[in-house]
Design a binder for this molecule. Structure first.
Ligand SMILES: [Zn+2]
Length: 147
């Protein structure tokens, strides 16, 4: 069980992350709207623009994905279950939550999920999985999920 002070700290981290991701999502959206107005005006740079555009959209998808995770964690925090592993119900340490604020798994289940994820990548299915928000406590992150 987390203390009130610990919960406050995690809430602060999650809310900061929520604000940061909201801003990034809005930027990506503004870019896409701007892009639509410009279609057909400059055919020379079109292929390059398409490339930038698809990169922006991939980023946008990732921000949305992370925003959903942050929102879910805030709900788990309010329900007093942010430190409960979704898989096995064991407690997640405060230290792990601070290092990985969006994690919903204890370290054992996370390692299990990573093994399954690695197997999925090898068979070409992939997926973002339990994406982290940076920082580092020695855990591996899914490929391409880091900033
Ligand atoms: Zn677990």
């Amino acid at each position: 069980m987390l203390s009130q002070k610990e919960k406050n700290e995690i809430r602060r981290v999650l809310e900061d992350e929520y604000k940061r991701l909201s801003r990034t999502s809005q930027n990506a959206l503004a870019y896409s709207m701007n892009h639509e107005r410009n279609i057909g005006r400059d055919s020379i740079d079109e292929s390059m623009e398409e490339e930038i555009f698809s990169t922006e959209m991939r980023l946008h998808d990732r921000e949305k994905f992370l925003l959903n995770k942050v929102t879910k964690q805030l709900a788990r925090l309010e329900a007093n279950e942010i430190d409960v592993c979704e898989e096995c119900g064991e407690s997640i340490s405060f230290r792990r939550l601070m290092a990985r604020p969006v994690t919903t798994l204890c370290i054992d289940c996370k390692e299990q999920a990573e093994r399954e994820e690695a197997a999925a990548v090898q068979t070409g299915r992939g997926g973002l999985g339990d994406t982290d928000m940076g920082g580092g406590d020695g855990e591996k992150s899914p490929a391409g999920a880091e900033d």
